[in-house]
Design a protein around this ligand. Sequence first.
Ligand code: ATP
Length: 871
Amino acid sequence: FKHFPSKSLVNPNTCGTGAKYTPALKGSLAQLGTKIFLMGVPIASSFSAGRAGSEEEFSEEGALLNTRNEGVTHEELQERKEGEIRPPDPKDVFESLDYEPIENEVSRAEHVCHPVRRHFYGYTGLTLTKYVMTIMIGALTGFIAFIMESAMKHGLHFKAECTAWALETQGLGGGFAIHATISLSLVIFASGLVQFYSPESAGGGVTLVKAFLNGIHIPHLLSVRTLIAKIVGTTAGVLSSLAVGPEGPMVHIGACVAAVLTTPFQTSSFREELSTGHDRGHYPSKRQSKWFNSRLFVSLLSDVDQREFVSAGTAAGLAAAFGAPIGGVLFALEEASSFWNHKVTWRCFLCAASASFVLAFLHGTNTGLVSLEGLKNPSQVQWMQQTPFMILVAGLSGLIGGIFNVLHSWLAAYRAPRSSPTAPIAEAVVICMVTVGCFFVLPYLFMSCQDRPHDWLEEEYGFRFLCEEGQYDEVATMFFSSSEETIKKILQMGEQTDGGYEDPFTRKSLCIFAGAYLMIMSLACGAAVPGGLFMPSIMLGSSFGAVMGSCLDMWWPNWHIQPGLYALIGATAVLGGVFRSTISIVVIVVEGTGGIEFVFTIIIAIVVSDWVASQVHHHGIYEGDLDRDMRLAFLQTEPPSPYSNIMARDIMSKKVLGLRPLEKASRILEVLRTSSHNGFPVFECVKSLDGDEPVVRRGALQGLILRSQLLVLLKHKQFVHKDAKLEPSPSSRHLSGDQDDDDSLEESGGLQPPSSRELVIDTEMRTFHHRWDAQERYRCKEASLLADYTCAAAGTSATSGSDRQLDHMMVDVSHYMNRSVLTVREECSAAKVYTIFRALGLRHMCVVDDLQHPVGMVTRKDLMCSHSEED
Ligand code: ATP
């Protein structure tokens, strides 16, 4: 970008396509190649200049002469043997979701001829169904949170009891052995679950949910399998002593619940049919297909609706974790979602409220997974005097949050590769050993015993370790007891009660704990175990804040400084420093602690920590993870600044691979087999003269057809013979004169309703289009279908039946293609392209010239690779 606007720098071949289609640049070499090229060294085969012209791709018959930059000719394609379908680059497995609705002739005709019937005083029932769904998602998420909380509470208690018994009877070695054995078994189980059962369930999951809501389709991210692994794995991870918490995973769990409940029809039968390429020839009757084709069915399965439900699920997850319904909604708005409107707000609120309600009902009190009830004594705080100290503590805690992010990014380079089945498990085991080592070594070295207060006995809080009967060890208590209870105790420090109150933890113990916790938390975050960062951040921040508060209290004893208040500031500021959210954290902390009196203090803590942390590390933890994961093409809110100076033509792919409205079946197969694009512009080919030379040029853009739509058409064998009379489209069918019912014709504005078969095909296209992932498709499903047809087309093993003679068969894609495809002119600024693309949640954007001829394609990857160039 230094030499901007040099076109060579933004050559589309340096982007995803280079990696995907050029053998020389496969995999990581693609990036290397890009870097070398940017350093000024041309790489011959990879960077053949794209041409804005269009003439070379079509012969007169429309045969594919050159697919992208690969130089694959029609003859070469024919020579390819059965099953030789190239797998996609593993880095390129994440595709985009389609948030842009497909408007085609079939759906338009159906919409006009059969308008939705409004029963019950004008309601169709769709809105009500969605609200019922929303409440169900919230309720189920709340129920899951309750189950997990109970399991973790009892599990931790049992583990602490076992360790205490072993310490008493077997001594330090015995205690260590028991504790380590339980912890290691749990960590091996949790990481095994991630490695062998559901890799998508690793970590907190918020980053991936955020990517999904941005429009990236991550296979299995929101499946039943991931849901189960997340619930079981998070419980095991938290019980294993690793410094992880259940709040991040609760967000992922909420999203999974939403996706699972809204896609009950996601069966595998269609995939099976695809894999065999077998058409059972059965189409439901009009009456049968009525339900299948109902707007409700189609709507609930659309990407847009699912996106809204998943947003609601994330809100419910966080609300259930903290008992903070408003905080949950704001988290979904501020952190998770990329698309927001009034409807989503309302849906998120309903979902979060029902999750909190169910949890409160099961608890008997209005608390979340983490009840952070703390100090409530604002009258004693001398605000004017203490504000500078509060700012200081918030700044230092924000700095700790920033340092944690730096450590996390630095450690990411040394993590075990996820491709190895056992290395991540070994890594988790080592981290667990270090953590358990801290649990025993630090209390042993810095033993500090205090008498156990009476109410602690009732609450079963406090860990004796090597102290006398009736005493507790401070450091051991912080390590071994439940984090939630410890945070409560820290937040209450300095609170004056009738009988006087002695702080449960001294400065020294808190200091040792905070230092060690920062280390074990940095190690644990990124291990192949389900678990999140909210609780560890609060633990770290509150202990550090309490140390600071306690020091201030020692230096200015007459100022009534409550260390608990500084613990609250510390916890808020570390959360702010790590996550870089603002409003949602303020509300979560206020709702979670019930400390509305301290709202201004909390706001100060967030603002200061955000600023300080941003001086140390650019991004919050989620953005950092998204940046590092090369597979995720996440579109940020704002376009990169150099985009204002360049145009659409500088970022687009210039060799457009498209189809004609009436296309040869054999060519569709070639296109599908030899490219992995998911969208193809549809345009006529026009013959013209270039001097004396006859050339075939692209005509005006008519629409866009998706790969999945083409597959459905092939599956249903929607072929017409070359010489057969073409069936009129639903919109023009009335012109053919076969319409008897003049009245209904008038009512429908001259359109005839689509046939049952057309509707079934259209519904299938809409409901199943993003259910495949690239790997799966290439591995078996699509491959076998295409191989089957290609063989037949090439005549290598023409099985039987005239419908296999694909060379003579045409497919009419015009009925099903998206007619409202979004286009921009070549001269449109790249910043505008980026903004439109992101705002509308597009997957493909066609770039056209003055005559509406397609001259380029823009997808998410084009917008991304320009980011990396900017970097
Ligand atoms: P996504 O992966 O986002 O779901 P896609 O699979 O259609 O969409 P890719 O094939 O991954 O898009 O895009 C990779 C590159 O190919 C991009 O540079 C894009 O501009 C280009 N591209 C996409 N579709 C076409 C097409 N029909 N003709 C030519 N180039 C295309």
